[in-house]
Structures are given as C-alpha cells and as structure tokens.
Ligand binder design. Structure first.
Ligand SMILES: NC(=O)c1ccc[n+]([C@@H]2O[C@H](COP(=O)([O-])OP(=O)(O)OC[C@H]3O[C@@H](n4cnc5c(N)ncnc54)[C@H](OP(=O)(O)O)[C@@H]3O)[C@@H](O)[C@H]2O)c1
Length: 285
C-alpha cells in the first residue's frame, strides 16, 4: 500500500484527483489538504506535512491568469516559491513528487504540437511563475514528474463548459474566439492519467497531460452546444482581438504526447469523446 498527499486538494483538479487515487484498483491511502491545512508558501509547514508519504501531488496554484499580470510577485510566491518549498520537503523526506504545470510555459507561436522538451517561452506572468515552479521542482526534487495540462474543465470549479451551458440558457447567440487552438481536458481524465503515471513508476521527467486532438474555443463551444442538444449555429466565431484581456493567450497551445508512449502508457483520450462522457457530470441538466 502506498500513501499519497494531495496539496491543493479542494480545487477543481484536486477533488477529482483525490477520488481517482481512492478509487484506483491498486490500494492507496490518500490525504487531502488545502490552503487551510498547509499553505505551500510556508516552508516549515511543507517540511512537516510531507513526512511519511510515498507520493506528494502539488495541485495548489495561483490560477487567476489575468490577475497575475498585476500581481506577479503574489503568483510567484505560490507557483514558484511554493512549489520549491514542497519539492525541498519531498526531497528531504524521500517522497516522490508530481508537479502540475501548464501549456502557458510555451509561446504559442508554433504550428506543430509542442514536444515535452520544446524550449519554453512564456508570454504571461502566470506562465513565467509556473515555469519557475517547474525548474524549482526539477532541481530540488529530481524524483519528480512534471505534468503540464491545459484548458481544464470539471465538476468542481468554474470553467468554460459551465459558462457555455449557462450562456446557452441566457442568450440566443454567443460569440467565442476561433483563433486560439488547444486541447480541452476533463479533470477526470487527467486525474486518472496522473495516478497511472505514478503507479507505473514511469521515468521521472515531463509529461503532457492534455487530451488528444485539438480544437479552438469556438469549436469547443459548438461541441458543448451539440452535446446539450442545442443548435450549434447559435455559436458565432470571433477573434482574440475582439476580447482584449490583460494576459496574452497562446494562439497555438497544442501539446505532444510522446512521453506517455515512451513510458508504455496511453495518452489521454480524444477531447471530443471525453466531452460526451463529461457533460452530464460537469453541467447536469
Ligand atoms: N484550470 C486550468 O485550465 C489549468 C490549465 C493549465 C494548468 N492548470 C494547473 O492545474 C493545477 C490545478 O488547477 P485547478 O484549475 O484545479 O486550480 P484551482 O481550482 O484554482 O485549485 C487550486 C487550489 O490551490 C489552492 N491554493 C492556492 N494557493 C495555495 C497555497 N498557498 N497553499 C495551498 N493551497 C493553495 C487553492 O485554494 P484557494 O481557493 O484558497 O486559493 C485551490 O484550492 C494548477 O497547477 C494549475 O496551474 C490548470
């Protein structure tokens, strides 16, 4: 039996991750903590908390992408220093660590999926702080897996799927950007993949925890409408320029999945198939 600690467990991914660990056919003990129990910006609290665990998964993060532009030091304190505090503690107590990261470490100006070792070039404060977190974990806790994800949606937090379901009930048409490409990813798929990665004792390193395939936000919204039994022609395409936001969004945020294959593991399923399974759970009618 192995023992797991999930830090940031009350968040959208954290809740599904705790369930996936508990439901695994392999028997695990899982402890779920969030900011009230362990604030990762407190190095002493990290050192104390991780003792005795085999695996520590860090899903705690500053995730307010736009707000990070004007609060980068506060985001850095959690995404970089907090990750470093946990990594140092894991190393000291010989726990293996999973650090969840983001597609925003890349520049988004490619037209091919980003490989795990592609050079990072974050364009936002959030991306810079998460990249610093990756580097801290790799250097302080070499027995670690970095799992980059993107475009997450799930039952336990605000997200695009819930927003579209709400707007579909409120408005006749919705305008959605059609010039940002990515991989919508269900938290349940990612949680299961993280558990399998650790159970397989896959080689330490970087993995891309995003769905297979790719679409734009517009394509994703059309699919949500279709799954809700609504007319997808009610979704109108627009451009990023029409919706200025404080943080730059990567135009092409598609991640490659070679590392899973290298570890003899299946990458995550197709975003479109997962949406069909997820919708009744994420946006029940
Ligand atoms: N959501 C996405 O689309 C997306 C995309 C790419 C990568 N990711 C990454 O995926 C991971 C999970 O994201 P998520 O969407 O599940 O995030 P989330 O719902 O915002 O959950 C993050 C959790 O971390 C907690 N937390 C924040 N600061 C903390 C601290 N100092 N100490 C301990 N806990 C703290 C938060 O508590 P409070 O509520 O009190 O702040 C929250 O419960 C993160 O690493 C994120 O960067 C997410």
């Amino acid at each position: 039996m192995s023992s797991w600690l999930v830090v940031g467990a009350a968040g959208m991914l954290g809740q599904d991750l705790v369930a996936a660990i508990a439901d695994s056919p392999h028997t695990h003990e899982v402890t779920a903590v969030d900011r009230d129990e362990v604030d990762i910006t407190d190095p002493e609290a990290c050192l104390t908390e991780v003792v005795g665990y085999d695996y520590v998964v860090n899903v705690a993060a500053w995730t307010a992408v736009d707000k990070a532009e004007s609060h980068e030091p506060a985001a850095f304190a959690i995404n970089a220093v907090g990750a470093a505090n946990l990594a140092r503690a894991c190393s000291a107590s010989r726990a293996r660590m999973v650090q969840v990261s983001t597609d925003y470490v890349f520049g988004g100006d490619s037209d091919l999926p980003y490989a795990e070792d592609a050079p990072p070039a974050p364009r936002s404060a959030y991306g810079r702080t998460k990249l610093a977190g990756e580097w801290a974990v790799q250097s302080l806790c070499p027995q670690s897996w970095i799992v980059r994800t993107a475009w997450l949606y799930g039952a336990h937090g605000p997200n695009f799927v819930k927003t579209m379901a709400r707007l579909a009930a409120e408005r006749e048409t919705v305008s959605v950007v059609d010039d940002q490409c990515g991989q919508p990813t269900w938290t349940v798929d990612l949680a299961g993949a993280i558990v399998r990665l650790v159970e397989a004792e896959a080689q330490f390193g970087t993995y891309h925890g995003t769905s297979s395939g790719e679409t734009t936000w517009f394509g994703f919204a059309q699919a949500i409408f279709a799954e809700l039994g609504l007319d997808s022609a009610r979704v109108m395409p627009t451009t990023t320029d029409a919706f200025p936001r404080p943080a730059a969004r990567p135009a092409y945020s598609v991640l490659g999945h070679e590392a899973w294959r290298g570890a003899a593991l299946d990458p995550l399923p197709s975003w479109r198939k997962s949406l069909t399974r997820a919708l009744p759970v994420v946006a029940p009618r």
